[in-house]
Design a binder for this molecule. Structure first.
Ligand SMILES: [Zn+2]
Length: 172
């Protein structure tokens, strides 16, 4: 199922559209709600995970919604044989960020400006989830690891290894 979340225009409403049929499957007044509805259609568990993390880390809420949107759009790609993901920009076509997610449980990193800026922040200014600096691209990779959409590009070994580490990150 391919879904798209679109701004309904001057009514101030958002729509979730089935890309294949063109049918509007959901309407609501909040962007967050539309994205979470679309995510839930693809994976109820993924939507639960995002909801839980938003409660645990309200500062990261906007990034979690961005990550959910990237996941819905299928913009997260695990690069074959590597520890890298390519994540296409949420809103800028043609812009791609690289997320390095090492298999040994080390800290994931992203090439985006938001991440680069955030690693310099400390204390109350730090925007972290479980003590790790995260951007929406890293969170989108976490979603892809925990609830894979593109199983065909992930070998079994790599997938299970990464899922373990993603769960570690969740528990930590
Ligand atoms: Zn990023």
């Amino acid at each position: 199922m391919d879904l798209q979340v679109v701004d309904g225009g001057n009514l101030g409403a958002y729509k979730v559209v089935d890309v294949t049929s063109g049918d509007v499957v959901y309407r609501c007044v909040r962007w967050d709600d539309a994205v979470l509805f679309a995510l839930g259609c693809l994976s109820a568990k993924a939507a639960d995970w995002v909801e839980r993390k938003r409660v645990e880390a309200p500062k990261v809420s906007g990034r979690l919604i961005g990550a959910a949107h990237l996941y819905v759009l299928g913009r997260v790609y695990l690069l074959k044989g590597g520890e890298d993901f390519a994540v296409m920009s949420e809103f800028q076509d043609g812009v791609v960020y690289n997320v390095w997610w090492p298999g040994d449980g080390a800290v994931p990193r992203c090439t985006c400006e938001d991440y680069q800026r955030s690693v310099g922040l400390y204390g109350d200014d730090a925007i972290t989830l479980h003590g790790r600096v995260v951007c929406k691209h890293i969170l989108a990779c976490a979603l892809e690891i925990l609830f894979p959409r593109k199983k065909e590009v992930i070998s079994d070994g790599v997938a299970s290894d990464r899922a373990e580490h993603a769960c570690d990150a969740e528990a930590g």
